[in-house]
Design a protein around this ligand. Structure first.
Ligand code: ADP
Ligand code: MG
Length: 187
């Protein structure tokens, strides 16, 4: 089993619903356990035009090798209508592997830790929310990079229920995700 962190983003279509459904689809894989899910954040597009993004980060335990996890990310992106008309185009769903255990991978089509993760508030803020002490292999504490991205606009969205302690709420949401079924199903 490997603990991995994925960054999810969307700024086309019903982004909120797509992100919720994508987490459900991850949780329904036999090879994946969703351990934690950050709040949802509204963020300014970086290096791109288009509408604001919605972003979140999930922490997984998985039996998949990293290449199979990348293939699963691509399959789920495709299922939710991802198209790539040009670089940094608006997208219905983006699923990036941020960390995969302690692995360091540098191949043409897969770089882990994700090469731009320490430059992006939309990754760092939700990541530190779910793992305040996180160490990024070869780069150090994730929270040490927050000051450098403080000028990037990011706003935490209100949670639908403020009544449960954060950890309990995470566990319940993860359990819900297992039983939920997105309208369009899961790949
Ligand atoms: P981006 O997420 O950079 O905006 P895409 O989602 O279109 O762009 O991804 C382009 C390619 O980046 C993917 O086909 C994938 O092979 C590659 N890639 C390299 N490293 C990673 C990673 N850590 N997570 C996800 N994709 C990655
Ligand atoms: Mg991507």
């Amino acid at each position: 089993m490997t603990v991995a962190y994925l960054g999810l983003g969307a700024n086309l279509g019903d982004a909120r619903q797509t992100l919720k459904d994508a987490v459900v689809c991850l949780a329904q894989q036999h090879t994946v356990t969703v351990l934690a899910k950050s709040s949802l954040y509204r963020t300014a597009p970086i290096d791109a035009g288009g509408d604001d993004y919605l972003n979140l980060v999930v922490k997984l335990d998985t039996t998949l090798p990293v290449r199979h996890l990348l293939a699963l990310c691509h399959k789920i992106e495709h299922h939710f209508g991802r198209e790539r008309p040009f670089r940094n185009a608006p997208r219905t769903l983006d699923l990036d592997i941020l960390l995969f255990g302690e692995h360091a991978i540098d191949e043409p089509d897969l770089i882990v830790p994700h090469p731009r993760m320490t430059e992006r508030a939309f990754v760092l803020v939700p990541l530190v929310e779910i793992e305040p002490e996180l160490i990024i292999p070869q780069r150090g504490r994730a929270d040490a990079f927050l000051a450098a991205v403080a000028d990037q606009r990011i706003e935490k969205m209100k949670s639908p229920c403020q009544c449960i302690a954060p950890n309990a709420a995470d566990a319940i949401r993860t359990e819900d995700a297992r039983q939920d079924t997105p309208k369009g199903g899961c790949p």
